[in-house]
Design a protein around this ligand. Structure first.
Ligand code: ISL
Length: 573
């Protein structure tokens, strides 16, 4: 066990700087704000902080549209502020991981400005420029080079009148895709990455890194995907896990990470990855990534109409997905574990109960996740049991994805405004982006100004000050879970075995290492549940529970209260 990589025992905390802490009253969080909250991170006990993008950016997609990779946006501060943040975190033995967004840049990045300037530009080939569909008038509907639908609704192609060609953007039109086929693009990215490592950061979270290679036919042709809605199609087979992806990742590893100090963290964001892909990305012998964020478990409540048409979670599906990833990466590779991030609704509102049973359900969900084998990620506010925003009006939303989806859905008119609003309220990314609730004061201690996105009114009761004062809070439960991972080799490295796969309400598994076994039980509902367990667990020691009284097995049975989670230990011999 002791030659296992450091991150097998680490917990990562994601900061979304825009919503973490504002220091200057402009209503937007910033780096000097982070400095004010370092003690919170230390108290929680996390090992790594990942910062969502703080680079120069027009903020079309909240910083995931970068116009200068080697500077900090004035909204967030300066490079010197960032150096201070890194030093302050390093002084508390917390590593710093930067978001790396290199599938695309901003349309204001000098590379794209140059590329766009002329068909003869030396950087023309740094992006994906293509002519209109043969026989169609450039710039007219349907004349786009392919039928691909953007992640943010509408086509993935923007017509550039000046040159008469289109450029590709899988996300917003202000996020043109870089052409990784061009070796100069790759070298420019690698040089930028080395610059950050030299500056002292400890790794990267690589945004949609599995989209960087596209399927290119003879003469640079890109192909249509199956038609999904109207004239648009699903192009994902043409750009998810493209033919040169693993070649690029291995090249990046050689060019950027070989010969560097130990202690770096390389985590890829890989929507659409299967377990087999996960093995390819994270097999250490392949020298690509340490772990990847996968999406199967956060797609289980998407309905027939997609993410904004949610359906209730069937717990059996969740257990099946998690068990498959645990088994698939048991011998080779490693899992990243998450419920929340800046793109997902809040887990307590999604798989738990954010009303009366907020604390119990949030702590149950945390226990189940953190006891899996893998590296857990905590998204800011998750450790406080923060809930969805529960917005009721279109005007409340800021996220480009939500706004574009809503505009399109309302224009098509197949669903009512009420249904669109209900979909947004359940699934919008803005649910995760409301300001962190530090205290009960008017803007929750986040800002002295007007917050860029409304603070959740429940901050009067749900906030860090209240959580800190209550030993039974969500916050203190996360602290215990993190401390457990640090101290217990079974939590870090034990083999995972799913139990009761067909039970509709109880999540149950064991972790075992050298004869030490942990049993983890979680009740995903308010009704008490009685389940059978091996009678070897009779009277076992409770290591951790989330309620005042804990379920203890007797005569091969255990009765869990509503939303209860319990962790039991049985020692060797
Ligand atoms: O959030 C999503 C839709 O619900 C995803 O499709 C998301 O866009 C996808 O996971 C990629 O996310 C990452 O890249 C995007 C950025 O908007 C997200 O915030 C980021 O996490 C483009 O850079």
């Amino acid at each position: 066990p002791d030659d296992a990589p450091w991150w097998t025992g680490a917990v990562v905390y994601q900061v979304y700087p825009r919503s973490f802490q504002d220091s200057d009253g402009d209503g937007v969080g910033d780096l000097r704000g982070v400095l004010q909250r370092v003690d919170h991170l230390v108290e929680l006990g996390v090992d790594v902080v990942w910062f969502s993008p703080i680079y120069r950016s027009p903020q079309d997609d909240n910083g995931y549209d970068i116009s200068d990779y080697q500077d900090v946006d004035p909204l967030f501060g300066t490079l010197e502020d960032l150096d201070e943040v890194v030093a302050a975190l390093h002084a508390r033995s917390i590593k710093v991981v930067m978001d790396l967004v290199v599938n695309h840049t901003s349309d204001e990045h000098p590379w794209f400005v140059e590329s766009r300037s002329s068909v003869d530009s030396p950087k023309r080939d740094w992006y994906w420029w293509r002519a209109a569909r043969p026989g169609l008038e450039p710039g007219t509907p349907g004349a786009e080079p392919t039928n691909w639908a953007s992640f943010f609704s509408g086509p993935t192609w923007e017509y550039d009148e000046a040159s008469g060609e289109y450029y590709l953007h899988l996300f917003s039109r202000r996020q043109p895709d870089l052409n990784w086929e061009n070796p100069d693009v790759r070298q420019a990215v690698y040089a930028m990455m080395r610059w950050w490592l030299d500056r002292g950061v400890d790794g990267f979270r690589m945004d949609v890194i599995n989209l960087i290679s596209k399927v290119v036919g003879p003469d640079g042709a890109l192909s249509d995907g199956p038609v999904t809605a109207g004239t648009l199609g699903d192009g994902s087979a043409q750009y998810i896990h493209g033919p040169r992806l693993h070649e690029y990742l291995q090249e990046m590893h050689r060019e950027v990470f070989d010969g560097r100090r130990d202690g770096l963290l390389l985590v890829g964001e890989t929507p659409g990855a299967t377990v087999e892909d996960g093995v390819l990305f994270t097999d250490p012998a392949r020298r690509e990534l340490d772990m990847v964020f996968t999406f199967e478990h956060v797609g289980l409540d998407h309905g027939p109409g997609g993410k904004y048409d949610p359906k209730p979670l069937d717990l059996r599906d969740l257990k099946a997905v998690m068990a498959r990833w645990q088994a698939g990466l048991a011998d080779v590779g490693w899992n990243a574990l998450y419920w929340d991030n800046h793109d997902q609704p809040r887990i307590v509102s999604r798989f738990g109960d954010d009303g009366e049973h907020r604390t119990a359900s949030a702590t149950m969900l945390a226990t189940v996740l953190h006891l899996h084998r893998g590296t857990p990620y905590v998204y800011q506010g998750e450790e406080l049991g923060m809930t969805n925003a529960h917005f009721t009006s279109f005007d409340d939303y800021r996220d480009i994805e939500a706004l574009r989806y809503a505009a399109q859905a309302r224009a098509l008119g197949h669903v009512s405004d009420e249904q669109v609003l209900a979909g947004l309220a359940a699934m919008s990314r803005d649910n995760a982006r409301t300001p962190v609730q530090w205290d009960a004061s008017p803007h929750a201690g986040f800002t002295t100004g007007e917050p860029w996105l409304p603070v959740n009114p429940n901050h009067r009761s749900v906030n860090a000050a209240a959580e800190r004062a209550d030993r039974a809070s969500v916050f203190h439960h996360y602290r215990r879970l993190i401390a457990m991972r640090h101290a217990d080799p079974v939590v870090r490295l034990g083999d995972f075995r799913m139990l009761l796969p067909d039970h509709p309400h109880v999540y149950a598994f064991t972790r075992s290492l050298d004869g030490d076994v942990l049993l983890v039980l979680g009740n995903f509902g308010v009704e008490p549940q009685e389940v059978e367990v091996d009678d070897a667990w009779d009277g076992a020691v409770v290591v951790l529970g989330n309620l005042a009284e804990h379920a203890v097995p007797a005569a091969g049975r255990v009765r869990l209260a509503g939303w209860e989670a319990v962790v039991l230990r049985r020692a060797a011999g």
